[in-house]
Design a protein around this ligand. Structure first.
Ligand code: SF4
Ligand code: SF4
Length: 379
């Protein structure tokens, strides 16, 4: 299959992708994934273990795979942390779910590959973020950016605010040049120099080494992937982060070059970022479904969001939130009730929890009544 690589790049760029790079898969051998898994840093994300072999061998994903097209969409835009103790959201979450919104553009990209290289639909497969592929390592090899000590792919043009997608193909596309620095193009911290800002800023010290995140300690994991109890010792450090954490991304100096992407593919949901915590604590199933429809946030379900909102309320020092928290002491989910107990105790609301305790039978929730809690004094 022969065609014009630059023509392909131009047409893919025309679909709204902010980065279009090519990489020969033979040049990618894996990115420390095995070591990360063996260390148990993936917590209970067993799907990472199950897909590890495919991630390290693209031939298991598409037999005869030779190259990949790596595509980036910038989601840099308005700040997702409103400050002042209001709930803060991972920047990426304040868009329509990118897994869905990028798919039409990827399907169109596939058709472009067919037209420019005479490929058939069986000659490529595309993935957004969750596929069994090493997008970050491929992106580094293809020169989209480098892997920072914060473990993210960092672009010189877009900072670390890129959604990545990839199309594995049987085309023999020559690799684009990687960024130059000291060391191998895929190595962690290629252009970080002596900077350690991201690791220093992490509120839970979740980096056992540069470029490696222990998910068990990471607020993004705890507020999104963890479906159960958030360890009590981590809750104070969560602060106002209701969904995900951008701290190790926000501090990266490479973001000074970031500019808003063309966002032809993304649609903003900045309205979610402006919702008061009081309103979030009072979400009903109907309201949750209506507000979070079409977003990535809906995946953690109402109970997950209420759990996180309780933690943020407990850290808020706002005694007036005791009222909506008390209403959650009767919630159907033991996870929500337990975190509401913690939040009320942290706000010093002894009266509210004392009354509800008599009606509680779930050991998980009872443990929250008895565990140590440091009261956060009203601000
Ligand atoms: Fe630490 Fe937050 Fe980065 Fe996780 S996302 S490693 S908690 S700064
Ligand atoms: Fe590298 Fe500094 Fe950015 Fe961390 S904050 S990824 S160390 S440049």
């Amino acid at each position: 299959m022969a065609g014009d690589k630059e023509e392909l790049r131009r047409r893919l760029s025309g679909l709204g992708f902010d980065e279009v790079r090519f990489v020969r898969l033979e040049s990618v051998k894996g990115d420390g994934l095995r070591r990360w898994l063996d260390s148990g840093y993936h917590a209970d994300m067993d799907w990472m273990e199950r897909t590890a072999d495919k991630r390290m061998d693209p031939d298991l994903v598409l037999s005869g795979a030779k190259s990949a097209v790596v595509l980036g969409v910038s989601y840099y835009g308005e700040g997702a942390d409103p400050g002042g103790g209001a709930p803060s959201w991972a920047r990426y979450s304040l868009y329509a779910d990118y897994h869905d919104s990028m798919k039409p553009a990827l399907a169109a990209a596939g058709r472009v590959i067919e037209e420019t290289f005479g490929a058939s639909p069986g000659d490529y497969r595309y993935y957004v973020d969750t596929g069994p592929v090493l997008e970050r390592a491929w992106s580094a090899r293809g020169g989209v950016g480098f892997i920072g000590k914060n473990s993210m792919l960092i672009s010189r043009r877009h900072g670390n605010w890129l959604f990545l997608a990839s199309i594995i193909t049987r085309l023999d596309l020559e690799s684009d040049a990687p960024l130059k620095g000291r060391g191998d193009p895929g190595s962690v911290g290629l252009l970080c120099g002596k900077c350690t800002r991201c690791m220093d800023a992490c509120p839970t010290q979740a980096f056992p080494e540069p470029g490696v995140v222990d998910a068990k300690l990471c607020i993004s994991y705890q507020t999104i992937e963890n479906k159960g109890v958030i360890p009590a010792r981590l809750r104070p450090a969560i602060g106002a982060r209701i969904y995900g954490c951008d701290t190790c991304l926000d501090v990266c100096p490479w973001n000074r070059f970031a500019k808003a992407g063309r966002q032809m593919i993304l649609s903003s949901r900045g309205d979610i970022g402006r919702m008061p915590l009081r309103e979030l604590l009072a979400l009903t199933p109907e309201r949750f479904a209506a507000v979070f429809k079409g977003t990535a946030i809906k995946r953690i379900k109402l109970a997950g969001l209420l759990r996180n909102a309780c933690v943020v309320a407990g850290n808020s020092r706002d005694a007036s939130l005791a009222e909506p928290l008390r209403a959650l002491l009767g919630h159907a989910s033991a996870i929500v009730r337990g975190h509401a107990v913690w939040a009320l105790r942290r706000l010093g609301d002894r009266e509210g929890v004392a009354r509800a305790r008599a009606a509680e039978a779930d050991p998980l929730v009872l443990a929250e009544y008895d565990g140590p809690v440091e009261v956060s004094a009203p601000g």
